[in-house]
Design a protein around this ligand. Structure first.
Ligand code: FAD
Ligand code: NAP
Length: 510
């Protein structure tokens, strides 16, 4: 909704346009871009009509503000007067009006829960619900939270702690087997410890103000077969702790992941390297007091302040190099996080990112995504279809396939770009194909030079049927596809025409 760039973005037919089942964008009037909105919010104009007062709003009161020129919406217990924002909303006025005079939390969560609406709409804040129509679930006590879980959801984890003379271990019992180091995210800031464990589509939070000081470095262990996570903290002083500490916000809550906010930590830019004429490899260093590993096929949000407003955009971490990832099946301790990012000179976020100097900071969110590695179990032929930076999720999928999938016979990448100069990591891909006979890559160009004698055009039935040859007649296949949304939509449609089922396809979308 909010952090989407200027005008009717993505423009009709633009490659940035999102899937039809997701957000749809409408043309915005001249002077109604995100930048124009930021300017208006900073102009000092009274956007709520309440002269800076904040009020408590009843459900009855909320219902009365249901017209375009008097439209209030409740999101996560807070009420905003969105009338001034109507013309700036990239999803259009009608989309906003769906929640007019009502609780828009679910609608918001469905479409763009990652958007930092608090920052973008802060000048439109009218107040809080006197009786909240949708209570922020994480604020509930544990028993209430448990009541909100779907019956078929995983059972609620619990935690315990114990100590030695020099260390304190917080043990989280997830009651779930398939968890690993990707399933846990820990941030230690001063005496505040925040540990989020992802269990299926839920999140369990341990959030504590520790009673004593600990050292910045800690370790995280996962005992997979019993589903236990140990966070081992080192005491600053070798004294016995009487209690672990005080519960902080949402401590001991277990809620669907979609209902949790994203958490951010500041990461330092360590290096920036040209990969193509417009794409760079950014290396960020995580704080030493953070444990964060992004699961294969998942992404994070990067957050920067652009002329005073916080802007967030999603990016998919990659390995430092296709070949080093291949050589090193066990990932090194997760201190660095790499991104291949295309800079759009007229884009909102990427030029700002590109302007960062080595040593500057950018905020990185907790991971998101719905790609499930379990889909790759027993797969023999893996086909990857990527266009432009849609290559980024393929990097870790490819590394995983070549190092961890014992069933794999063949993995093939069909990589669509405009020109040869646009092909990310072409040399690495070719070297990898040379080194590992299970891997093949084909480049397809939509705007090739006259010298190009490879494949040309857009994703098409002819290209796909030739590419999607199984290694055995009945081999088990899986296909991943990612790129500009129209490319992904068209690719998925063609794959269905070729009789691949939804279970065999993963389309990466926002
Ligand atoms: P934008 O401001 O979004 O503009 C992008 C382009 O659209 C520019 O050419 C701009 O001129 C054009 N444009 C802007 N406004 C309009 C308009 N009104 N009409 C017509 N055209 C317009 N990207 C990567 O490079 N690497 C990744 O790893 C990556 N991972 C992603 C993961 C996910 C899940 C998703 C959804 C996207 C990912 N992206 C990735 C894309 C990324 O999130 C941004 O969309 C991209 O970086 C562009 O951001 P920007 O703000 O710089 O450009
Ligand atoms: P690009 O260079 O503009 O395009 C790459 C290739 O795709 C070009 O050959 C292009 O052909 C082709 N293409 C574009 N639209 C098409 C369509 N409708 N049908 C068939 N082919 C089409 O791409 P980019 O600028 O790198 O953009 C990459 C996109 O991937 C962005 O939209 C980004 O948001 C998305 N992405 C998504 C994820 C995710 O996980 N969801 C991750 C990374 C990137 P033309 O020459 O005709 O344009």
């Amino acid at each position: 909704m909010l952090n989407v760039p200027s005008q009717a973005f993505p423009a009709p037919g633009s490659q940035q346009r999102v899937a039809s089942q997701g957000r749809s964008k409408v043309p915005l009037k001249q002077g109604r871009s995100l930048m124009d909105w930021i300017r208006l919010t900073k102009s000092g104009k009274d956007l709520t009509g309440l002269k800076g007062r904040l009020i408590d709003i009843t459900e009855e009161e909320l219902k009365t503000h249901n017209k375009k020129d008097d439209c209030w919406i409740c999101i996560r217990g807070l009420v905003y007067n969105v009338s001034p924002y109507m013309e700036y909303h990239p999803g259009g006025e009608d989309e906003l009006m769906r929640a007019a005079g009502a609780d828009g939390t679910d609608l918001f969560n469905e479409v763009h829960r990652w958007v930092n609406y608090e920052s973008m709409l802060k000048e439109c804040l009218v107040g809080r619900m006197a009786v909240k129509p949708a209570v922020p679930k994480g604020m509930l006590s544990k028993s209430q939270v448990t009541d909100t879980l779907p019956r078929e959801g995983p059972s609620s984890p619990s935690y315990d702690w114990f100590q030695t003379e020099s260390s304190v271990t917080i043990a989280i019992y997830t009651k779930q087997k398939n968890i690993n180091l990707d399933s846990v995210m820990v941030d230690l800031q001063g005496d505040s410890l925040r540990a989020e464990t992802f269990i299926q589509d839920h999140s369990y939070l341990v959030h504590i103000g520790l009673s004593h000081e600990v050292q910045e470095n800690f370790s995280v262990r996962v005992i997979e077969n019993v589903g236990k996570v140990d966070i081992v903290l080192q005491k600053r002083e070798n004294i016995s702790w009487k209690c672990l500490g005080q519960p902080l916000e949402k401590h001991d809550s277990f809620i669907p992941k979609k209902d949790t906010g994203l958490s951010y930590r500041r990461c330092q830019l360590i290096s920036k390297e040209d990969v193509t004429h417009d794409t760079r490899l950014f290396c960020l260093m995580l704080p030493s007091s953070t444990h964060l590993q992004v699961p294969v096929g998942h992404h994070v949000y990067l957050k920067l302040s652009v002329t005073g407003a916080e802007i967030v955009k999603p990016y998919t971490p990659v390995s430092a190099s296709l070949l080093s990832g291949f050589r090193e099946p066990v990932p090194p301790p997760n201190k660095y996080i790499y991104f291949l990012i295309k800079i759009y000179p007229d884009g909102l976020f990427t030029p700002e990112l590109d302007r960062l100097q080595i040593g500057d900071f950018v905020s990185v969110s907790s991971p998101e995504g719905n790609f499930k590695l379990s889909k790759l179990q027993e797969v023999e032929d893996l086909f990857l279809l990527a266009a432009g930076t849609g290559f980024t999720p393929m990097v870790n999928v490819l590394n995983y396939a070549l190092t961890c999938m014992s069933s794999l016979r063949k993995v093939k990448l069909m990589f669509f770009n405009k020109t040869e100069d646009d092909i990310i990591w072409r040399c690495e891909l070719e070297k990898l194909a040379f080194k590992d006979k299970r891997f093949d890559t084909e480049f397809v160009l939509s705007a090739p030079s006259p010298e190009w004698n490879g494949k040309q055009g857009h994703v098409s039935p002819a290209l796909l049927s030739e590419f999607l040859q199984r290694s055995l007649e009945n081999s088990r296949v899986f296909l991943c596809i990612c790129g500009p949304t129209p490319f992904t939509d068209e690719g998925v449609r063609l794959l269905h025409d070729l009789n691949f089922s939804n279970d065999e396809i993963h389309g990466f979308t926002a």
